[in-house]
Design a protein around this ligand. Structure first.
Ligand code: FES
Ligand SMILES: [Fe+2]
Length: 462
């Protein structure tokens, strides 16, 4: 911190207890991953609004970014058997992500090499990939199997007629693809992110819920609505008794251009509220009303909520969570992996978000998933299929899948499409971004600029 009375840009912090001070109160050992703090000031220049609205910038993103990044396409458990596949779409691109052998996942460009028909339009299981148009057929490993009326195609050389592939790699039970043969490996891309998640055992999770909705917004309007807690005050005031919104810890570093993190402490009141928030009100705002829990003597509300969550988790999974910190049980430890994937850290039922452009700069598919720990000594539960909400369906209609958080998403919905409209009617089309609380937005844009405008990622801190 600067020693002058006025902090340098990016050094100002909210009054109130910090995440690190709350970690000092833990009764079990605090892992290094929570003790790490990283912050590089990312500048304060405005962001042009056309990045969210223009067809030109949308096409730049498609050509120079989406075709070069690692994208999370599914969970491994969604394609457990040989021949199982999903169809993943990004812009005009489509891929068949297929378990081609027991220990191998491949991603085929979803277009027949004959006259281009998509080979698959739905997920499922197949023993071969046969094009419905004229019947050209490929084996699951992508090699050519059959050409109908072979006599008419003497010019096809079988060994040159395998299905083209995108690169595939996995981490934490997630499958990723990358269209760029020259891009760094997934492990170079993610850097130390897998180490940060090591404790939370994402392999032994299953997708308990999956809900999607096409929203009238640019995909970044969606991403950016979820990477700061600044908006809790105006958008989600009901969670303020239990949300340390403005003293969220934001970890952004020029040295990790493909991910950043925030930790919003829960079970502790917003610094916007007075110091004497009733502990029972804190608990009520974090649990279901019918639970009607009372904080026992000698325990803070935060500790108590952690205790309740730990018990529930142990009951549901048959596993031992005695070494889990309260932070890992209740806080919002949210990572953003560039460009569009949000795995939440910690234990329990972890949220996952994903945002994709959906055919235009003005539409995006927003997806919300829950990953739950697999029960001990029991078969892995089947992963949920995505429920796509219709244009007239609210997030609250997905209460069965998402629980109380559905109402929070509905509040965000009251902003996102309206932001998209407002962005088109700014007299001076520029966004003014907070130095600290919105630093992840700037981090996203800096990495985006590196791809779209071709600045080298190593120069990120310049
Ligand atoms: S387009 Fe696929 S077989 Fe003709
Ligand atoms: Fe929100």
């Amino acid at each position: 911190m600067s020693t002058s009375s006025k902090p340098a840009p990016g050094e100002a912090r909210s009054p109130g207890v910090s995440v690190q001070e709350l970690l000092d109160q833990e009764r079990v050992a605090v892992p290094d991953v929570l003790r790490q703090t990283r912050y590089d000031y990312m500048g304060s220049e405005p962001i042009p609004a056309e990045r969210y609205t223009s067809q030109h910038f949308h096409e730049l993103e498609m050509d120079k970014m989406w075709t070069k990044v690692w994208q999370m396409v599914c969970r491994e458990e969604e394609i457990p058997n040989v021949g199982d596949h999903i169809v993943y779409e990004i812009g005009d691109w489509s891929f068949i992500v297929m378990r081609s052998a027991a220990d191998r996942i491949k991603a085929y460009y979803n277009a027949c090499l004959h006259r281009g028909r998509q080979l698959r339009t739905q997920p499922g299981n197949v023993s071969k990939l046969r094009c419905p148009f004229h019947g050209f057929t490929w084996n699951l490993d992508g090699t050519l199997k059959e050409v109908p009326c072979r006599w008419d195609f003497p010019h096809i050389r079988d060994e040159e007629f395998s299905l083209p592939e995108a690169r595939v790699d996995t981490w934490g039970g997630f499958v990723f693809i990358n269209m760029d043969d020259d891009a760094p490996s997934l492990s170079e891309y993610l850097q130390d992110l897998p180490d940060q998640f090591e404790r939370w055992d994402f392999e032994n999770r299953y997708k308990r819920a999956h809900v999607g909705k096409v929203v009238d917004m640019n995909w970044k309007v969606g991403v950016e609505a979820f990477i700061e807690s600044f908006h809790v005050l105006a958008t989600h005031p009901q969670i303020m008794p239990s949300t340390g919104d403005t003293n969220t810890q934001y970890d952004v570093s020029a040295e990790t251009p493909h991910y950043n993190r925030m930790i919003t402490a829960m079970g502790t009141p917003s610094p916007h509220l007075s110091d004497n928030v009733d502990p029972d009100a804190i608990v009520r705002s974090m649990t279901r009303v019918e639970d009607d829990l009372k904080v026992p003597e000698g325990m803070s509300a935060r500790e108590f909520v952690g205790h309740v969550r730990r018990q529930m988790l142990e009951q549901n999974t048959g596993r031992d969570f005695s070494e889990a910190t309260v932070s890992e049980l209740i806080d919002a430890i949210q990572y953003h992996v560039f460009p569009n994937f949000f795995p939440w850290g910690g234990y329990g039922d972890n949220l996952i978000y994903r945002f994709r452009p959906w055919g235009s700069p003005n539409k995006a598919l927003m997806e919300v998933m829950y990953l739950a720990p697999c029960p001990k000594d029991a078969p892995r539960p089947k992963p949920a299929k995505m429920r796509l909400l219709g244009p007239d369906e609210d997030w609250v209609e997905a209460f069965d899948e998402l629980g109380p958080v559905a109402a929070v998403f509905q509040q965000d919905m009251a902003n996102m499409p309206i932001v998209q409209r407002g962005l088109k009617s700014m007299k001076t089309p520029r966004l003014t971004i907070a130095n600290y609380q919105e630093s992840r937005i700037r981090h996203l844009h800096r990495t985006l600029e590196k791809y779209v405008y071709g600045v080298k990622l190593e120069d990120a801190s310049a």
